[in-house]
Design a binder for this molecule. Structure first.
Ligand SMILES: [Zn+2]
Length: 110
């Protein structure tokens, strides 16, 4: 019964918590596509990659409006590519901002 042993037990030599999800996530878009195929035509538009669906796209950009990596979101390569295109398209159409600094009011003066 030494105190040293107990301190060792309390702090096991574990890896520090990862910044990213340790668990492999399944691509949300592929899962949705597979489910909609099974149940036929139903909520097909629920979670599809669409540049007009800003609410969905917001989940895949950071607080600084950068596109999140697929490692973070669990999106597969195919969907990540389509998602990046959709986000860029939404940005161009001013549905999504490029940076958080873009939200200022246009004063008309330079
Ligand atoms: Zn996918």
């Amino acid at each position: 019964m030494t105190t040293q042993e107990s301190t060792y037990a309390r702090t096991p030599n574990r890896r520090p918590k990862s910044r990213f999800y340790a668990r492999r996530k399944v691509c949300a878009f592929c899962v949705n596509a597979a489910e909609s195929k099974k149940s036929g035509s139903g909520d097909r538009e629920a979670n599809q990659i669409d540049y007009k669906n800003v609410e969905m796209l917001r989940k895949y950009v950071s607080d600084r409006y950068k596109i999140k990596t697929k490692r973070r979101t669990g999106t597969c390569s195919k969907c990540q590519r389509a998602l990046a295109t959709a986000i860029k398209r939404a940005r161009f159409l001013a549905l999504l901002p490029y940076t958080p600094n873009h939200q200022g009011v246009y004063t008309g003066t330079r």
